[in-house]
Design a protein around this ligand. Structure first.
Ligand SMILES: Nc1ncnc2c1ncn2[C@@H]1O[C@H](COP(=O)(O)OP(=O)(O)O)[C@@H](O)[C@H]1O
Ligand SMILES: Nc1ccn([C@@H]2O[C@H](COP(=O)(O)OP(=O)(O)O)[C@@H](O)[C@H]2O)c(=O)n1
Length: 331
């Protein structure tokens, strides 16, 4: 683990300044919910041999801390009050780490058109506990935009974001080629971060800023598809467990119960569209660091674009700005 007590560490002005300056190339990807930011950012980072930070996960961890400690539960706390300060302290003391899961997603895919891109899995650790699944739960979705609208929370998360970016760039990568080398063997060195205010606030001097967007319905359908395949995976795992361990009836029952629970609480496309719309509204209209298109961002509407096309377009924009030849012009 590279970062310990990142909030405290980054409060030291010299460390914070180094975190802000040390990266050689930063790609900021912002946009509304489910526009494809994190999957694109991971694939771009993989292609370029860069580090990757999903900043939404940090706000989701902050929200999980709030729920666990019963802060914001009554929806009544206000920025700057005792509850809010308590949460800021918790975030500052928390040890959050975001890792590409070793060995995940690095499939044999070498150049445009020779295979489908695989998106590496990300593991989110909160004080050493794997919370990757838990931070995607509906109760977190409902509360996260409120937590993220608190200026004190945003300040605390900002330090974490900058420190993690610094750490991600300097840690050994789990790419087959190693850190700092993209799939063509060209020296890399940089970080991709996605969120809502990366190009406007977190890294206003990022070398490349992308604003990803898609129609509200396309985004809702994609998220629904994602949940659907996750549910199928859960059910398949439960069925496999049932076959394998008939002897352990208790364990089987538990898995089965989980699967049936997943299907009972499964939201419709309309439910998801409503939740995304409410979250976007809160993110666009909040006082601190609202979701905005940075004046120097490249806007990509991917409603009718393939995933491969959007990833390769961004990789080529980055290569161009690094003074390297484009690689995917044929697409
Ligand atoms: N161009 C695209 N076409 C179809 N699906 C896409 C495209 N880009 C991303 N997706 C899918 O949309 C879903 C949401 O993407 P994700 O990266 O999680 O969005 P965000 O991080 O903005 O919330 C994922 O299942 C992803 O694979
Ligand atoms: N840089 C960021 C990233 C996320 N967030 C907040 O965190 C929430 C969850 O972000 P996310 O990226 O995980 O959300 P999805 O787009 O993946 O659904 C957003 O709705 C924002 O309220 C933010 O305010 N600023």
């Amino acid at each position: 683990m590279l970062c310990s007590r990142v909030g405290y560490l980054c409060r030291a002005p010299t460390v914070a300044a180094r975190c802000l300056q040390a990266r050689s190339f930063t790609i900021a990807i912002d946009g509304p919910a489910a526009s494809g930011k994190s999957s694109t950012a991971r694939a771009v980072a993989q292609q370029l041999g860069f580090g990757y930070i999903d900043s939404g996960s940090i706000y989701r961890c902050a929200t999980l801390l709030a729920l666990r400690k019963n802060i914001y539960a009554a929806d009544a706390s206000a920025e700057g009050d005792e509850q809010s300060q308590k949460l800021v302290d918790l975030i500052s003391r928390a040890n959050i780490d975001i890792n590409i899961k070793p060995g995940s997603g690095w499939s044999a895919q070498s150049a445009a058109g020779t295979g489908r891109l695989v998106v590496p899995d990300v593991q989110v650790l909160l004080d050493g506990e794997d919370v990757s699944r838990e931070i995607r739960a509906p109760e977190i979705n409902r509360l996260v935009a409120k937590v993220a609208s608190d200026g004190g929370v945003r300040d605390a998360v900002l330090h974490t974001q900058r420190y993690l970016a610094y750490a991600a760039e300097t840690r050994p990568a789990s790419t087959p080629e190693g850190r700092g080398t993209d799939s063509s063997g060209t020296p890399g060195g940089g970080v991709v971060m996605d969120g809502r205010d990366i190009g406007t606030t977190v890294f206003p001097k990022a070398e490349l800023k992308i604003y990803l967007d898609a129609s509200a319905m396309a985004r809702a359908i994609r998220r629904w598809d994602e949940m659907n395949s996750h549910m199928k995976e859960t059910q398949a795992a439960a069925a496999a467990a049932a076959q394998k361990s008939n002897a352990d009836r208790d364990a089987v029952k538990k898995d089965g119960d989980q699967a049936s629970h997943a299907s009972v609480s499964y939201p419709s496309v309309e439910d998801i569209a409503r939740e995304l719309e409410q979250r976007d509204y809160a993110d666009i209209n909040r006082k601190h660091s609202p979701l905005r298109i940075a004046s120097d961002a490249v806007v990509i509407d991917n409603t009718n674009m393939t995933f491969e096309h959007q990833v390769y377009s961004i990789v080529d924009l980055a290569r161009e700005r690094m003074g390297l030849p484009r690689r995917y012009d044929e697409l």
